[in-house]
Design a protein around this ligand. Structure first.
Ligand SMILES: [Zn+2]
Length: 665
């Protein structure tokens, strides 16, 4: 987007006006070119119903512009004010326990509520008319982290009505609904759409088909809620962009569909907090951070912005570790390496008030520039000329990994095993690629598979004839495909397939059928692969093989010891691997190395612990990033054919150093 590469999230409304100019000066000296403002400030913009007051924001925008800083305006719909909630308490959401969630946090709203939607339409129209042609405003962010704050989506009567209408559109008749949901079980038939409930806590169990539609409905509701705002903004702000701060693998809304509303997607990246189990070591995090950035790039298959990049200790009630000197820069550069065209740091100054008092900014509470300011200033100034050249360039991956929100929803509803979750499983396969320095694209199951040498498609649990056909023709045309346990189990209604053995029609490309299986509850299984014994977990598929199918690994324990566990089947010009278990980390790495080798996939480098290699390229130039995620000095092999454009010494990476190399094509 033009010449903007670095920014910061700014909350002038939290501070005395007398400080604003100091902030603007310090930002300019640092290299900040844009700020995002106002995304939670409904009351400051409309202190009483119908009394709009944008003067403070006008003044902040104008003052920042004097220092060359442009503004991205956030709409405040994540924080309806107390006057509105008191007048219309039905805006508050009702959780699945039937409890009203109260005022005092954020996103305390029902997105179906017509009164709230009307307030939002008025507010966004006023804002868009007011700032749509302001030359100091470059873009918009409706709401904030949609689908993230809503741990339970609302189950109120408005949502119930919306859900019923959504079902009516989808099924037309209750006969079709009853069939799709398998309501013959436990007498759940409906005579009329108006009888359908939103899911509240039940005495025991839930209908998996109804739950899948509920999750789809909730995702569609968030998209509809957002579209109403983007439509208004686009009407009045024709030359300004519209984006939104996504949250990596957050899964309340289908980010592929939500992404269609925006010019580009943005992301909030907090390596220091709240993503990962408390026990994860830094080494265990790096691949998750990389996967998170790759999935963001995948939502629109284009470069993206960081709308919130960590700039200090994270924390609400409890806090994360202090980023070590150099680490904030490493994280920002990792975002760039995976496809970020601009980095907006969160936040400018650590807030003295409210829930995020300990979610630290570039400046500490005191407002005096310290080590974080100096570190990020140096990084911005070093990176600015490179960012200009790299704008729009993309990593070029030979491996695609299928990532689907619907599969995720189905496993949320029935995880099978206490340690199985879809996103975690996808990330285990990703790690084996990351550890080999192999770039990966995440791709929707509706995307174009044909550009990848290897396609990894874990847990393709919900299946339909169209997707079967896509996988079959991918392999037939020369692709190497990995399918796994629990593929082809259910149809799109979350009903079990009964017409064939698993994995259904895909057995034509897998060259095997699953005749039985074992859920490894409180157990693991031994697997023999290339003469060595490994551990595998969660699940064992017991298969019958077609004569031409190759056995790659066999079970080495349980009543099925000696039976095939991992297979390879040539089909057309390609081949299909079937992995009937969850390989433990060692087996996964070994197996994926061999499969990648077989598919002729390029590694950027041999593995060095805590060192990440990544590339971006455009028609003329290729850049290679080498990132040291640790505080230790690392010897790395010489990089030939490239010119070093950032870095201290070839062959040596200092602790938390990132080197960048450039090659003309
Ligand atoms: Zn509701």
């Amino acid at each position: 987007m033009g010449d903007i590469f670095f920014g910061v999230d700014y909350y002038p409304e939290h501070w005395e006006r007398s400080r604003w100019e100091t902030d603007a000066k310090l930002m300019q000296e640092m290299g900040i070119q844009t700020v995002r403002m106002a995304e939670f400030s409904w009351h400051k913009l409309e202190p009483q119903e119908g009394e709009y007051d944008f003067t403070w924001l006008d003044d902040a925008i104008a003052l920042l512009a004097k220092y060359g800083i442009k503004t991205i305006v956030g709409t405040p719909s994540a924080a309806p004010p107390a006057w509105m909630i008191n007048k219309h308490p039905d805006i508050l959401p009702i959780d699945t326990m039937g409890r009203v969630r109260g005022f005092g946090g954020r996103h305390h709203d029902c997105q179906s509520n017509p009164t709230y939607r009307e307030y939002i339409r008025k507010m966004v129209t006023k804002l868009a008319k007011h700032y749509g042609e302001n030359e100091n405003v470059i873009g918009w962010q409706p709401d904030n982290e949609l689908g993230n704050s809503h741990f339970d989506l609302c189950t109120c009567d408005n949502c119930r009505k919306s859900f019923q209408n959504w079902l009516k559109d989808k099924y037309q008749t209750t006969d079709k609904l009853n069939q799709a949901w398998g309501t013959a079980f436990w007498s759940q038939e409906y005579n009329d759409f108006s009888e359908v409930f939103t899911p509240r806590i039940t005495v025991t169990g839930e209908n998996p088909s109804a739950m899948l539609d509920w999750k789809r409905f909730c995702s569609d509701l968030i998209i509809d809620f957002t579209k109403e705002q983007t439509d208004i903004i686009r009407k009045y702000a024709k030359n300004q962009f519209v984006t939104h701060n996504f949250m990596g693998f957050a899964d309340k809304v289908d980010y592929y569909k939500l992404g269609e509303l925006f010019d580009f997607v943005s992301h909030d990246q907090y390596p220091g907090g709240f993503y990962l189990p408390e026990t994860a070591t830094p080494h265990e995090k790096n691949h998750v951070l990389a996967a998170t950035l790759d999935v963001i790039r995948g939502y629109k298959n284009q470069t993206y912005w960081l709308m919130e990049q960590q700039s200090g200790i994270t924390g609400w009630e409890t806090m994360g570790r202090a980023p070590a000197p150099g680490q904030l820069s490493v994280w920002a550069l990792q975002s760039i390496a995976h496809g970020a065209d601009a980095i907006v740091f969160f936040r400018w100054r650590t807030c003295a008030v409210g829930t995020e008092q300990y979610w630290h900014g570039i400046l500490p509470h005191s407002g005096n520039p310290g080590r974080r300011y100096e570190e990020l200033k140096t990084t911005m100034q070093e990176m600015l000329p490179l960012m200009k050249k790299m704008q729009g360039s993309m990593p070029k991956a030979e491996v695609g990994m299928v990532f689907s929100f619907e599969q995720d929803y189905a496993f949320q509803i029935q995880p099978h095993h206490k340690d199985l979750d879809y996103i975690g499983q996808v990330q285990k396969y990703y790690k084996a690629l990351y550890d080999q320095n192999i770039p990966v694209d995440f791709i929707s199951d509706k995307g174009d598979f044909s550009k990848y040498k290897l396609l990894v498609a874990p847990l393709q649990y919900l299946m339909n004839p169209k997707l079967e056909e896509k996988y079959m023709s991918y392999v037939k045309n020369g692709g190497h495909l990995i399918l796994t346990m629990r593929t082809g189990v259910k149809d799109d209604n979350n009903l079990c397939m009964t017409d064939r053995e698993l994995p259904g029609r895909l057995s034509e490309i897998t060259g095997m059928e699953v005749l039985d299986y074992d859920c490894l509850r409180n157990a693991f299984v031994k697997v023999e692969y290339q003469g060595r014994e490994y551990q595998a977990n969660i699940w064992s598929d017991l298969m019958h093989l077609m004569p031409e199918t190759e056995v790659m690994a066999t079970y080495a324990s349980e009543f099925y010891a000696g039976e095939p566990c991992i297979t390879r089947h040539a089909y057309g010009d390609g081949c299909c691997y079937y992995i009937g278990t969850e390989p433990g980390e060692e087996l996964m790495l070994q197996l994926m190395e061999n499969i990648c080798h077989g598919a002729n996939v390029e590694k950027l480098a041999d593995r060095i612990e805590d060192v990440e290699y990544m590339t971006r390229e455009n028609a003329s130039t290729r850049w290679l990033f080498v990132i040291n995620h640790s505080d230790k000095r690392k010897e790395i092999p010489q990089i030939t054919g490239y010119t070093m454009v950032k870095g201290k010494k070839m062959g040596v990476l200092e602790g938390y150093e990132v080197q960048i190399y450039e090659k003309l094509k």
